[in-house]
Design a protein around this ligand. Structure first.
Ligand code: NAG
Length: 368
C-alpha cells in the first residue's frame, strides 16, 4: 500500500511537470483490432493475434496487437505523454502503454495513465463479430470505462475536484465500425442487416449509436475526444476485386464517414466545454495508396505475412515467416496496417492539418 501511494505521488508530480506543454494525464482507448492492445487474450474469443509472426517488431513480441509492431494508439501515447515522462512512468509502473482492461493485473495506479478497452472483431452493434464468439462491443467497453472511472475516483480519495480536473484533461480515442461492415453488414450468410437496412440507413444507425456512447463518456466528465473515421476497407487485400479496390464497399464506408464527421461537428456545438476531433484515416490511407513511393511503400495489394486465401481468412498463419522488408508493405495481414502505416496515421493525426484531422489535431486538443 505504501509503495502504491509513493507511485501515485510520483505520477502526479510527473504529469504536473509535463503540463506546461502538451499534456493529457491519461489516454483511454476504445475500438476494435486497430486499437486492441491485448484485451482479447483474456477472453474466450476466436479473434486473437498473440502468436508469431504478430508482434515480430514489437519489443515484447506477440501481445495481441494486430500488427507487426506498434499500433497508431501506441505511437500517439508516446507523443502525448512525452518521451521522458513516459519512459519514467513506464519503468515505475512496469507498463509502456495503456494496459488492456481485461488483463487482471490492470489495477490500482496502473490505471492512471489510461486503459485500453478495444477488442478485436467487435463493433458498434452488440451483435457484430458474434461468429468470433465473445468480442467486447463498444457499449460494454464504455461500461468497463465507467467501472475504471469509479475506481480512479477511489484512488483520488473521492476528491471531486481532483477527479473532475483529471477527467477533463484525459484523452479518449475511439476507432470502431470496420467490423460492423466486415463482420456484419457484408456477411449476409450470417447477418440480416443488409436486408433490413440500405447502406445509408445502416451508416446512420451506426453513427447514431456512436453519438449515444460519446454522450455517455461526456457525462462521466471526459472533454477531449478523438474519433477516427473508417479506412478504405475496400482497398485492403482481403476485399480487393482482382487488383482493384472494391468500390461498393468503399462507398458504404464513405457514407459512414460523412455521417460521423457531421456528428463530430454537431457535438462540438452541443457538448459544452468539450472538444472533439474527427481523424480522417480514410483520406490519410487513400493518399498513401495513391502515391506510395514517397512513403517508402512498394506493396499494397497483399499483406506481409502468410494468409490463407479467401474472404473469410485474413489473419497471419501461425509460424510462417513474414516478408523481411516490412516497411515496404502497407498491410501486415490481409486487413491490418503495418507499423509503418500506423506511424503515418499517428503522425498526421497528432500534428497534421485540418484536412487530416478536423477541427483540431491531437497536439492542439491535448494543449487546450
Ligand atoms: C482535492 O484536490 C484538490 C486538487 O487536486 C486539492 O487542491 C484539494 O486540497 C483536495 N481536497 C482535499 C480535501 O484533499
Amino acid at each position: 500500500m505504501g509503495f502504491l501511494y509513493v507511485v501515485l505521488i510520483i505520477y502526479a508530480t510527473l504529469v504536473g511537470k509535463a503540463s506546461e506543454s502538451v499534456s493529457a494525464p491519461a489516454m483511454f482507448v476504445f475500438g476494435d483490432s486497430l486499437a486492441d492492445s491485448g484485451n482479447n487474450n483474456y477472453i474466450p474469443t476466436l479473434a486473437k493475434s498473440n502468436y508469431p509472426p504478430y508482434g515480430i517488431d514489437f519489443p515484447q513480441g506477440p501481445t495481441g496487437r494486430f500488427s507487426n509492431g506498434k499500433l497508431a494508439v501506441d505511437l500517439i501515447d508516446h507523443y502525448i505523454k512525452g518521451r521522458i515522462t513516459l519512459c519514467f512512468v513506464a519503468e515505475l509502473l512496469g507498463l509502456p502503454y495503456p494496459p488492456p482492461y481485461s488483463d487482471p493485473s490492470t489495477n490500482g495506479p496502473q490505471m492512471l495513465p489510461g486503459v485500453n478497452y478495444a477488442s478485436a472483431a467487435s463493433g458498434i452493434l452488440d451483435d457484430t463479430g458474434k461468429q468470433y464468439m465473445g468480442p467486447i462491443p463498444l457499449s460494454k467497453q464504455i461500461n468497463n470505462f465507467r467501472e475504471t472511472a469509479s475506481r480512479i475516483f477511489g484512488l483520488f480519495g473521492q476528491n471531486v475536484t481532483a477527479m473532475n480536473d483529471y477527467m477533463s484533461r484525459v484523452l479518449v480515442i475511439m476507432s470502431v465500425g470496420s467490423n460492423d461492415y466486415l463482420n456484419n453488414y457484408l456477411r449476409p450468410d450470417l447477418y440480416t442487416t443488409s436486408t433490413q437496412y440500405s447502406p445509408l440507413a445502416f451508416s446512420n444507425l451506426l453513427v447514431q449509436q456512436i453519438g449515444q456512447q460519446l454522450l455517455a463518456l461526456y457525462n462521466t466528465g471526459v472533454r477531449r475526444f478523438v474519433v477516427y473515421s473508417l479506412g478504405p476497407i475496400g482497398c485492403t487485400p482481403n476485399q480487393l476485386v482482382g487488383q482493384n479496390c472494391n468500390d461498393r464497399v468503399n462507398q458504404m464506408v464513405v457514407l459512414f464517414n460523412s455521417a460521423l464527421r457531421s456528428l463530430i461537428i454537431d457535438l462540438n456545438l452541443h457538448f459544452p466545454g468539450a472538444n472533439l476531433a474527427y481523424g480522417d484515416v480514410y483520406g490519410i490511407v487513400s493518399d498513401v495508396l495513391i502515391n506510395p513511393t514517397p512513403y517508402g511503400f512498394s506493396v499494397s495489394i497483399q499483406g506481409c505475412c502468410g494468409v490463407d486465401t479467401g474472404r473469410v481468412q485474413w489473419n497471419c498463419i501461425a509460424g510462417i515467416a513474414p516478408c523481411s522488408n516490412r516497411n515496404a508493405y502497407v498491410f501486415w495481414d490481409s486487413l491490418h496496417p503495418t507499423e509503418a502505416l500506423n506511424r503515418i496515421i499517428a503522425q498526421r493525426s497528432y500534428a497534421g492539418p485540418q484536412s487530416d484531422i478536423y477541427p483540431f489535431n491531437i497536439q492542439q486538443l491535448a494543449s487546450q
